[in-house]
Design a protein around this ligand. Structure first.
Ligand SMILES: Nc1ncnc2c1ncn2[C@@H]1O[C@H](COP(=O)(O)OP(=O)(O)OP(=O)(O)O)[C@@H](O)[C@H]1O
Ligand SMILES: [Mg+2]
Length: 303
């Protein structure tokens, strides 16, 4: 009856794996190898959390995240949900944990505990930085990192998904579809007139827009922007508000910002972080009048 199985087991234990090993034997071997690595098959990829399964419009799901640095908790039981297409502003005094939160989302820092999902498709804690970026989660750091010698157009072309090297990208002709998309991005970032200008010649604000454009070329599903308005002139800030408004609804945008006038102009929902946790959440007026927020900001800056 089970002679077949015992033959397979014999073959496995002797180390001689027959050429025509069938699926059942392969399953036994997989199980054996998994146990040897201290893992059980199917156990290490948790199912999406219940809240995500029940509420399908949550895009970003951070649940009870803690990050410690030598005993100091940079994030402390942080829970935050952001909906599909939402533009969420994250504010908070210096050291509140805003950058650490972005580090966790992008895979730079792995938390001590908690879960992080992007929709019910991606368990971000099980992914590395490269695969998180590949899933469409794109981050812009405060300092623009454009290629200064290349034109605005070439900077954008380089960011098209799937391109391998600078030279192959610059030599290759774009498809009509790609050209249309590039044109649309140029318009969005308000740099049509400067398309042939070396990026190094742009103003600080224009460089920030170009970098946002380079992220848009990758058709992101979520944009993480760390202080995009820092160092901009008032006119540039105004245009950045318009730019973000244009982008709203197309992807999730998580915006960390200190400039309260800018936040007021752009934000619908604001989350205030303090000491690694959410202190308050709501529209700008509600959080500004919240006594706990006023106290957290006292002595640091004006909200
Ligand atoms: N690698 C690290 N090692 C030790 N402590 C760290 C590390 N990274 C961050 N911290 C600490 O964690 C806390 C949160 O830092 P984080 O940079 O996330 O704050 P932030 O809200 O971004 O502040 P800011 O508004 O100044 O940018 C700070 O007290 C910081 O000193
Ligand atoms: Mg920071």
């Amino acid at each position: 009856m089970n002679g077949g199985n015992s033959q397979k087991t014999d073959a496995l234990s002797s180390g001689a794996i027959p050429g025509e090993i069938d699926d059942a034997a392969r399953a036994i071997l997989d199980e054996f190898n998994s146990r040897r690595r201290g893992m059980r098959p199917g156990r290490f990829i948790p199912a999406p959390p219940k809240a995500l399964r029940e509420k399908s419009d949550i895009a970003l799901y951070l649940e009870k995240i803690s990050v410690g640095f030598d005993g100091f908790k940079a994030l402390n039981n942080l829970t935050l949900y952001v909906d599909e297409g939402e533009l969420r502003c994250i504010i908070g005094p210096n050291g509140a944990g805003k950058t650490t939160m972005m580090d966790v989302i992008t895979g730079k820092t792995k938390p001590d505990r908690g879960s992080v999902w992007f929709t019910d498709e991606y368990n971000l804690l099980a992914m590395d930085e490269v695969s998180i970026a590949g899933a469409g989660i794109c981050r812009k750091f405060q300092k623009p990192s454009v290629f200064e010698e290349l034109t605005v157009l070439h900077n954008l072309e380089l960011s098209l998904k799937g391109e391998k090297s600078v030279w192959s990208t610059l030599r290759a002709r774009l498809s009509g579809e790609d050209e249309d998309f590039l044109e649309m991005v140029l318009e969005r970032i308000r740099l049509q007139e400067q398309h042939d200008l070396a990026a190094g010649k742009l103003s600080h604000g224009q460089k920030q827009w170009l970098e946002i454009g380079m992220l848009l070329m990758q058709k992101p599903r979520m944009l993480l922007l760390d202080e995009p308005a820092a160092g901009m002139s008032p006119g540039e800030i105004e245009r950045t508000v318009e730019l973000l408004r244009d982008l709203e609804g197309e992807q999730v945008i998580l915006l960390v910002e200190h400039d309260m006038a800018f936040v007021r102009a752009v934000a619908r929902k604001v989350t205030v972080l303090h000491q690694g946790s959410v202190l308050a959440e709501g529209d700008m007026d509600a959080v500004r009048d919240n006594p706990a927020v006023i106290e957290a900001y006292l002595g640091t800056e004006q909200c």
